[in-house]
Design a protein around this ligand. Structure first.
Ligand SMILES: [Zn+2]
Length: 341
């Protein structure tokens, strides 16, 4: 990361950090305290959240420090990114979105993704046409939570654009002209925090002017301004003059060594691979997947793939050795759906 993107901020997914931390500190009530640490926008609030956790579990609070919270707690996130995300949901959603496409060879995979993107651009454009607000509705919905919390804030003005806000036993300073709050959340996310909202409503009733422009409907429309041009099917593509690609010998396979499966017909190799894979899943009567003349029963394999994709998004390399051995649930699902037992 440091080499290829030296100025990029590097965050870790707090959900994954929590999953590891939970292995040793699994009490349900501590979960909320952990997330308070992750979502604390400044060091003051992080330390307070961690102190609360330390009252419940000293070891747990110490373990949090050992996981380098500067990579997963908002308290250390760089200002100006307009992104307060502490988890990796964005990537997870994208991976889920393309999981079926990833099953296919590279050109087909890219074709499926291209068509999905085309449909998405159209849908997003249509959706935005119905919006009547200056700011995107999802953002306004998020702001509603802070508006509710702002009712607990007590703001006093210095006569210009600066305020002091008391929220329970904390006091923060807000500068409306510079769009800053000392809790850092406003600068970090571009959305005014509850402290700032109490000051905005002290001065005016319009919240939209204080929300970062990247959340506006205009910015949303600009994002989907460019369409993809429709493309003919592969049969209509021009033929390439380049010589066909040669199969590369992979590293680690030295000349003269016997390769696995060498001398065995490809059809038989495929059948063997299929059987190994099915048996590793614990599928009983796996031999039914292969006919007596070594043909793989694709009609049986197909539903098997669908079930796997549905329940195990990561299991995309279906004919390779799989990571499913440790998942008894899969076996149940397979047996139930395929009636192979
Ligand atoms: Zn604030």
């Amino acid at each position: 990361m440091r080499r290829w993107a030296p100025i990029a901020e590097h965050r870790n997914c707090a959900r994954h950090i929590y999953a590891n931390w939970k292995k040793h500190f699994s009490v349900k009530e501590w979960q909320k305290l952990f997330w308070r640490c992750a979502k604390a926008p400044c060091l003051l609030l992080f330390n307070k959240a961690r102190a609360r956790l330390a009252r419940e579990t000293t070891d747990g609070a110490q373990a949090i420090i050992n996981t380098h919270p500067e990579h997963w707690s908002r308290a250390w996130f760089r200002l100006g990114s307009m992104c307060d995300s502490v988890d990796n949901n964005l990537c997870e959603s994208f991976n889920k979105w393309i999981v079926e496409a990833r099953l296919f060879p590279i050109i087909t995979m890219l074709e499926i993704i291209r068509r999905k993107v085309m449909v998405r651009i159209h849908e997003q454009k249509k959706k935005a046409e119905r919006w009547m607000t200056k700011i995107c509705p999802a953002i306004l919905k998020k702001c509603n939570t802070y508006i509710t919390l702002s009712g607990r804030c007590h703001a006093i003005c210095n006569g210009e654009s600066k305020f002091e806000v008391i929220y329970y036993d904390n006091r923060f300073t807000v500068d409306l002209d510079r769009k800053q709050c000392s809790c850092r959340y406003w600068q970090l996310s571009g959305l005014p925090c509850h402290h700032a909202i109490s000051c905005i409503f002290f001065k005016t009733s319009s919240l939209e002017d204080y929300i970062a422009s990247c959340y506006s409907t205009d910015a949303f429309n600009r994002t989907y301004d460019y369409c993809l041009n429709p493309l003919e099917g592969m049969n209509g593509w021009p033929a390439s003059d380049s010589p066909p690609l040669r199969l590369l010998v992979m590293l680690g396979c030295q000349e003269g060594q016997r390769r696995r499966g060498e001398g065995i017909p490809q059809k038989v190799q495929r059948a063997q691979r299929c059987l190994r894979w099915a048996r590793s899943l614990g599928v009983q009567n796996a031999s039914r997947l292969v006919t007596t003349d070594q043909h793989v029963r694709r009609d049986l394999l197909h539903p098997l793939k669908v079930v796997l994709i549905k329940f195990l998004p990561k299991a995309v390399h279906l004919t390779q050795k799989l990571v499913l051995k440790q998942l008894p649930l899969t076996r149940l699902v397979l047996l139930k759906h395929l009636q192979l037992s």
